[in-house]
Ligand binder design. Sequence first.
Ligand code: EPU
Length: 430
Amino acid sequence: MKQYLIRGGKPLSGVVSVSGAKNAAVAILPAALLINGCCRIENVPDISDTRLLLEILDSMGAKIRRLSPNTIDIDCSHARDSEANDALVRRIRASYYFIGAQLGRFGHARVALPGGCNFGPRPIDQHIKGFEAMGASVDVINGYVCANAPAEGLCGGRVNLDMVSVGATMNIMIGAVLADGITIIENAAKEPHVVDLANFLNAMGAKVSGAGTDVIKIRGVKSLHGGSYTIIPDQIEAGTYMAAVAAAGGNVLIQNLIPKHMDCISAKLREMGASVTEYDDSIRVERTDRLKKANVKTLPYPGFPTDMQPQIAVCMALAQGTSIITESIYDTRFRYCAELCRMGASIKVETKVAVISGVESLTGCTVHACDLRAGAAMVIAGLAAEGTTIIEDVEYIERGYETLIEKLSALGADIRRVEKPDPTTVPSAG
Ligand code: EPU
């Protein structure tokens, strides 16, 4: 069992480079199953989520070659029409993209219901609605999603999503690229990773238009060919470093990002008193004076991302005045607040609203990472806090952040990954 040990209270300074987008990579890797040929994917973040998906592809007969930590060749020409490995699938939410990919490639899919961070119920009814609109029959039997295309194959269909869903938008897109005819997704998600998946598929011969707007049109093609593609930078990783500088103080250039994707986060940090300067593909964040209160409501892109909600909460916990966060995407994404309160934060949670009364400082203690972004928030809190913070369950954090320890250490942070002491080896007193 690993844990992070942080000696906080030091401002951050220097340059940090953002990795490839996790939530684009976790859709693009399963989508490679549709391709008849070899595709080279660059800027794949080397995190446990992408390693798991590559293992699943490998178990299905894909030929995978890692040319460097972030460049991977995948050839699914001879992939087997077999089920994705259950034990692996259950460990990662994004395995639901294998439903669209298998259905598109083989005309049927059987995938265990996905796992993932626990933010309350996370149904996939909108994914199913999309596959059904393309003529598939879909049943959930004994914890498996079983989908079958009609004998003549999937055909284009029109689906109006009941809510903006990133996963459903991308999964339906994956299922539709090889269907016969045109599929239209209305009320589609507009996140940067939705656009990135569309660009990847188009680079391999698909005909997807409208990604980035709320109506996406997919004209089915007979087959996809190999090619190469570079994944966009990770909006949330970039935002996490921005929030870390805002909370801990200092002056950092965050490079290899798309400033436009950061608009909402940049605006909020400026409102709170940080200085945020945009360049072509980097952003400098500087914070010297105490932050000011602000309010945030999470919304689908281009609104404030729910995946940045715990990180901005740490900034608010240290700001002057009372801030309010309204979480509108998930039912329970405030479990981490109890951990922050153990560090001295003052937060009251009322179902989907957190009222945060800023305190002058946080103090280090042992906390746990409830999920990926909650874990990132604990790291930020640890960097800003006085004294030593120990973070447990860091496996969650390593699902989504590439070389976090190395990147933060290069910014002057005192952070180490250590083995959790075995309690049985600690001598008992008396
Ligand atoms: N929803 C339904 N039915 C569906 C699909 C979604 O009711 O069929 C609901 C969800 O329960 C939720 C809302 O719609 O309340 C939005 O869910 P969405 O489908 O957009 O989320 P997701 O695809 O499950 C992805 C990311 C999450 C990120 C959300 C929102 C991946 C693998 N996960 O999840 O990322 O929070 O979009 O942007 O791409 C993270 O990276 O830390 C993370 C949790």
